[in-house]
Design a protein around this ligand. Structure first.
Ligand SMILES: [Zn+2]
Ligand SMILES: [Zn+2]
Length: 251
C-alpha cells in the first residue's frame, strides 16, 4: 500500500490495489486518505531545515511514544495539501475512508465463527495494538538509530536503515534508502538488505500482476543527495534484478 498508493512506484490491476489498500487499512491506523495525508505531512516536514519534534520523532522514546500514540499535532499554520483528484474522486477509496474502522467487522465475523471470542481478541484487538505500537516504534528507530548510506543535505532529519527490523516490516525499515529514493519500489537496494515487500512485488510481476516497476536508477538524480558510503557513491542504478522489467519512465 505504501509503495503503490503513496509513491506510485509500480502499476497493478485496480482490484489488487484496492485489496492491498484494504490490508493497509486493516492495520488499524487510519483510512487510506488519512494515511496519505499523514505520510505527506511528515515527508514534507522532514525535508525542511527544521520542523516540530513530533514530525521527526525528535524527542526521547517515551515522550515520542506518548505523543505519537495519544496526542494530535495541531499546527497554527499548517501546510496546505491538495490530494490528487484521482484519489479524491475514487468512490472505493472514499468508501474505505468513511468506513475504515468498520472494515474490521467482516474479518471479526470470520474469526468469531472459527474460534469464538479468543480468536476475535487476538485476531483484531491484539493485532491492531501490536501493529499501531509497532508502526510507531519503527518510525522512532528509523529516524534516530541505524546506518546511513545517503544524506539528504539540509534536511532536518535523516532516515536510518534498521537492519534487525527488516523482516517484520517487510523491508520498510530500510528507511535511509527510502528518504534517498522515495519513488523506488525497492527499499532494500543492496544485496545484504532483505526486502520481503520487494520479493512479493517480484512474485506479483511474475504472475503478470505488477509492472512498470520503478527503481532508484530510474529516478532523476537529486542534487541534495550525498553518498556516505563507498557503495552509495558507486550509485544504485546498476541494480536491476533479472526478473524486473524496464520502468515506464525515468522520473
Ligand atoms: Zn522518514
Ligand atoms: Zn514513503
Amino acid at each position: 500500500m505504501h509503495r503503490k498508493l503513496i509513491h506510485n512506484s509500480y502499476a497493478c490491476p485496480k482490484w489488487l490495489e484496492y485489496f492491498l489498500i484494504h490490508l493497509g487499512v486493516l492495520v488499524g491506523m487510519a483510512g487510506p486518505l488519512g494515511m496519505v495525508r499523514t505520510h505527506d505531512l511528515r515527508d514534507w516536514a522532514q525535508r525542511q531545515p527544521d520542523c516540530h519534534s513530533y514530525l521527526r520523532h525528535g524527542r526521547g522514546l517515551w515522550v515520542d511514544g506518548w505523543w505519537q500514540l495519544h496526542c494530535e499535532l495541531r499546527l497554527e499554520h499548517p501546510p496546505v495539501f491538495r490530494l490528487e483528484p484521482g484519489l479524491l474522486h475514487d468512490r472505493v477509496l472514499l468508501f474505505m475512508e468513511r468506513t475504515w474502522m468498520l472494515q474490521q467487522l467482516p474479518l471479526a465475523v470470520v474469526l468469531a465463527a472459527l474460534g469464538g471470542w479468543p480468536w476475535v481478541i487476538w485476531g483484531i484487538s491484539v493485532r491492531v495494538l501490536v501493529s499501531v505500537v509497532g508502526h510507531w516504534l519503527i518510525g522512532y528507530f528509523a529516524h534516530n538509530r541505524g546506518a546511513m548510506e545517503h544524506e539528504v543535505v539540509a534536511a532536518v532529519v535523516q532516515g536510518r536503515n534498521v537492519k534487525w527490523m527488516s523482516y517484520i516490516t517487510m523491508g520498510e525499515s530500510w528507511h535511509n534508502n527510502h528518504h534517498a529514493f522515495p519513488g523506488s519500489a525497492i527499499l532494500g537496494i543492496y544485496d545484504d538488505q532483505p526486502d520481503p515487500g520487494w520479493w512479493v512485488l517480484n512474485a506479483l510481476h511474475r504472475l503478470g500482476l505488477a509492472w512498470d516497476i520503478v527503481l532508484p536508477g530510474d529516478l532523476s538524480p537529486r542534487k541534495n543527495l550525498r553518498p556516505l558510503t563507498s557503495r552509495a557513491s558507486l550509485g544504485t542504478g546498476g541494480k536491476r534484478p533479472g526478473n524486473c522489467p524496464v520502468p515506464r519512465s525515468r522520473r
